[in-house]
Design a binder for this molecule. Structure first.
Ligand SMILES: [Zn+2]
Length: 467
């Protein structure tokens, strides 16, 4: 019986994996790759846990399933009823219970398509029967412990659950390993303590492979190992809320959301992964009036004066997105089957792409080895969400966008458009023949293809040819 095991090594960095593989420090992974494959893939914007799971589990970019960040604000819902449950969200905390119902209903999750699925330490579980969510009750305890102390017991618990599940007739196993991400935030993503976790993963992987071989099921099993984002060390914190307040705005933000009981706001700031944030601006006296960039040029120009801000994106009235960095300005527009890119003053990403129409594959290939892989695709998918900010900022290397309310202090962050956050490994025990680069959104159709199951709705990825 064919099986799929998907191991999500949350926050794993390609460069650390590559170094450890070269030094023969990950013998089990190296053995798996020698008969299989290792390609690098791009994740999504924001490159952060939650939104970056939608490619794997729904086959769509997060903006297309209306999940533009781990925190978001909805201007039109807030204008109708600021106490309504659709007006704003943070999946960090109590509101995480809304996670599954916030996803667009039109798209099936992989759990709805593969009934014999199980999930371990994952929140995106729509369509999964309660008893198939193997950590439904224990995940809060393990995740809090991992978040605050960097404990890696969550990964040992995950592998224990997985081993037990493999003894039953389950077909698809989605297993999240949070240890590397949690520890990276606490002590820095290239610290010795984090590197040790890559090696512990390799040991657990070795046991898993040995068991599959012992049970003669290895040859029928597709193992996929990937990540939802990378990491880069952070030493400086820029308080974006303070900055917007300094422009004379009253700012709605987490965790101070109770202030809406007695206060009116004219801006909202929602940070994701700490290196990306949405900024929402009230136009005049109503949240329902459309945003006009010219009214807020002082904010955009002010943001770019600060070293913390790398890229500023802003809705334009003609349906595109204005891109501004210290390198230049450009406009990008979604033209259904193609992307129209128009550099205006130099090129904000230093792509050297002339003005013109590009396919989504062109963009991936032509930008993959730059500082900002696949950014044009990612900007458009994000702004497709009606919960996206009027302005979106991507932080500079070494900086994050939260200070006062971030505990414990983050020593490493993710969420931005930078390659360090956007590039992830995509490893399989089978050969991938179609291409040397991929997107994480290609994983979903690849799994379905392997199991001979059809996707029933539009998806954003393409199946990788595996054999
Ligand atoms: Zn993280």
């Amino acid at each position: 019986m064919k099986k799929v095991i998907f191991l999500l090594l949350d926050g794993a960095r390609c460069d650390i994996l590559n170094t450890l593989l070269t030094q023969d420090e990950l013998p089990n992974l190296k053995g798996l790759i020698s008969n299989g494959s290792y390609v690098e893939a791009t994740s999504v914007f924001p490159s952060t846990t939650g939104p970056a799971y939608s490619p794997f589990l729904i086959g769509r970019f997060p903006g297309h399933v209306n999940l533009p960040g781990i925190r978001w604000f909805n201007k039109s819902s807030y204008s109708r009823n600021k106490f309504g449950y659709e007006s704003h969200r943070s999946y960090v905390g109590l509101e995480s219970k809304f996670f599954n119902q916030d996803l667009k209903k039109a798209y099936k999750t992989i759990f709805e398509l593969i009934p014999n699925s199980v999930s371990i330490f994952n929140e995106m579980t729509r369509g999964l029967k309660a008893y198939r969510d193997l950590t439904k009750y224990s995940k809060i305890f393990y995740k809090l412990s991992s978040h605050f102390t960097g404990s890696s017991s969550i990964d040992k618990a995950a592998f224990n659950k997985l081993e037990k599940s493999l003894k039953r007739n389950n077909i698809f196993h989605f297993c999240c390993l949070y240890g590397i991400d949690s520890k990276s935030h606490l002590v820095g993503s290239d610290s010795a303590e984090v590197v040790k976790l890559y090696k512990e993963f390799d040991t657990s992987l070795g046991k898993l492979i040995a068991n599959l071989k012992l049970n003669k099921s290895y040859d029928d099993t597709l193992i996929l190992i990937s990540s939802d984002h990378g990491h880069s060390n952070t030493s400086k914190h820029f308080d974006l809320v303070n900055f917007i307040q300094s422009k004379g705005k009253s700012v709605f933000h987490y965790p101070m959301i109770h202030q809406k009981i007695y206060k009116d706001f004219d801006a909202a700031v929602m940070v994701s992964g700490n290196s990306m944030a949405h900024i929402y601006l009230k136009n005049g006296d109503s949240w329902s009036h459309p945003y006009v960039q010219n009214d807020h040029n002082n904010i955009i120009n002010g943001l770019l004066l600060h070293d913390a801000i790398d890229i500023v994106l802003s809705k334009n009235l003609k349906g595109g997105v204005n891109i501004i960095s210290r390198n230049g300005k450009a406009i990008v527009k979604d033209q259904e089957s193609s992307i129209y890119y128009q550099p205006l003053e130099n090129d904000p990403f230093n792509y050297s792409l002339p003005e013109g129409h590009y396919t989504y594959n062109d963009i991936l290939e032509r930008t993959f080895n730059t500082t900002y892989p696949d950014s044009l695709t990612q900007i458009l998918q994000l702004f497709n969400s009606n919960r996206c900010g009027d302005i979106v900022v991507s932080a500079s290397n070494g900086w994050d966008l939260r200070d006062k309310f971030e505990y414990p202090e983050h020593k490493s962050s993710h969420g931005s458009l930078m390659a360090q956050h956007m590039k992830v490994p995509l490893i399989s025990n089978r050969k991938i023949t179609s291409k040397a680069i991929a997107r994480t959104v290609d994983v979903f159709p690849t799994i379905l293809d392997f199991l001979n199951i059809s996707a029933v709705n539009k998806i954003d990825g393409q199946s990788l040819n595996i054999y």
